[in-house]
Design a binder for this molecule. Structure first.
Ligand code: ZN
Length: 133
């Protein structure tokens, strides 16, 4: 398993359009695009910063994971995504090392990436996403 970089930082927000102003107009980061991932009940908007991106996440349904996150913890950083060279291999290796996984198998993320989440109970409270593109 090789961790290549911080792929993106996921930030849960109530309204992307509203928060977009901060990142694009005030901070001057170009808006790379938005995408709705129906199976995860989320719309994402990407803002590239150097080698990484800021990913805004807005729930598309009241029972979606982002809606639930905001309900219990408020808006803010929801996850950190690490780019790996081989996600299947990484999951196997981490499982063997005793790390609790939310996803045993990769699922489809925004931008055609393969993603999988590690359980925050195994990562000291941080929701870590592995991503391979
Ligand atoms: Zn993400």
């Amino acid at each position: 398993m090789k961790i290549l970089k911080v792929d993106h930082i996921g930030i849960a927000v109530n309204n992307i359009e509203e928060v977009k102003k901060l990142y694009s107009e005030i901070l001057g980061i170009p808006h790379l695009g938005s995408e709705t991932v129906a199976e995860q009940k989320v719309t994402t908007a990407f803002f590239p910063v150097g080698e990484s991106e800021i990913e805004l996440l807005e729930s598309t349904a009241p029972d979606g994971p982002i809606a639930k996150f905001i309900e219990s913890r408020g808006q803010g950083i929801q996850h950190i995504a690490l780019r790996v060279d081989n996600i299947e291999e990484a999951l196997e290796e981490l499982k063997a090392k005793g790390v609790r996984l939310i996803d045993e198998k990769p699922r489809k993320g925004a931008g055609g990436a393969k993603i999988a989440f590690l359980h925050p109970k195994s990562t000291f409270g941080v929701l870590v996403e592995l991503s391979q593109r």
